[in-house]
Design a binder for this molecule. Structure first.
Ligand SMILES: Nc1ncnc2c1ncn2[C@@H]1O[C@H](COP(=O)(O)OP(=O)(O)OP(=O)(O)O)[C@@H](O)[C@H]1O
Ligand SMILES: Nc1nc2c(ncn2[C@@H]2O[C@H](COP(=O)(O)O)[C@@H](O)[C@H]2O)c(=O)[nH]1
Length: 162
């Protein structure tokens, strides 16, 4: 847990033992070790959102995204790129939450992750934040208008051809 992070707000923090038990029980839709820590998305969380008819936005690494890509065909995958490595380093240093060693590890990991960007559905370059946010919102809106999703949502109202 970083200084300032809160359990139940930033993440639901669990012990290493509890995490391993969840892995063994198949309780995660995906999980991965990222920057030396383990992270996972609980299946129950996705199921609750699905039952409530909510969209879910996951900020996860590309190992986890690859697992979801296999199992959730309706998922939409957006890779958020920094403008360049110099700016990424500047931002991580400016955040003032990680040691120099951790920052170098995160940058090295980013180099590996960026190679995976090619298989994502969309890429947003996070240079100007407002622009990047507008692009992400546009993707969410456009994906909501995909014919398959709209037809499915209106099948009790209209009769559509095959
Ligand atoms: N467009 C932006 N302009 C300026 N600063 C930004 C922008 N986007 C993010 N930042 C800042 O950069 C820092 C790192 O960003 P971010 O939270 O995306 O990293 P992270 O999630 O730790 O990275 P990773 O996903 O690789 O582990 C944060 O302090 C964030 O506020
Ligand atoms: N595969 C998953 N990756 C996750 C998950 N939650 C966060 N992350 C990724 O980890 C890093 C580090 O996050 P930070 O909050 O410590 O900076 C970042 O790349 C996240 O995208 C998850 O549940 N699964």
């Amino acid at each position: 847990m970083r200084p300032g992070e809160k359990d139940g707000v930033d993440y639901h923090f669990v012990s290493a033992g509890a995490f391993e038990k969840m892995v063994a029980e198949g309780a995660f839709a995906e999980w991965a070790e990222v920057h030396g820590n383990r992270y996972g998305t609980a299946l129950a969380t996705l199921e609750e959102a699905r039952a409530a008819g909510q969209d879910v936005l996951l900020d996860i690494d590309c190992q986890g995204a690859a697992q979801l890509k296999k199992n959730y065909r309706q998922g939409v995958f957006v890779f958020i790129l920094p403008p360049d490595f110099q700016e990424l380093r500047r931002r991580l240093v400016g955040r003032n939450t990680d040691s120099a060693e951790v920052i170098e590890r995160r940058i090295a990991n980013a180099r590996g992750e960026i190679r995976e960007a090619a298989w994502y559905d969309y890429i947003v370059v996070n240079d100007d934040f407002e622009q990047a946010l507008a692009e992400l919102k546009s993707i969410v809106l456009a994906e909501g208008c995909r014919s398959g999703r709209v037809l499915d949502g209106l099948k009790d109202v209209f009769e559509f051809g095959a």
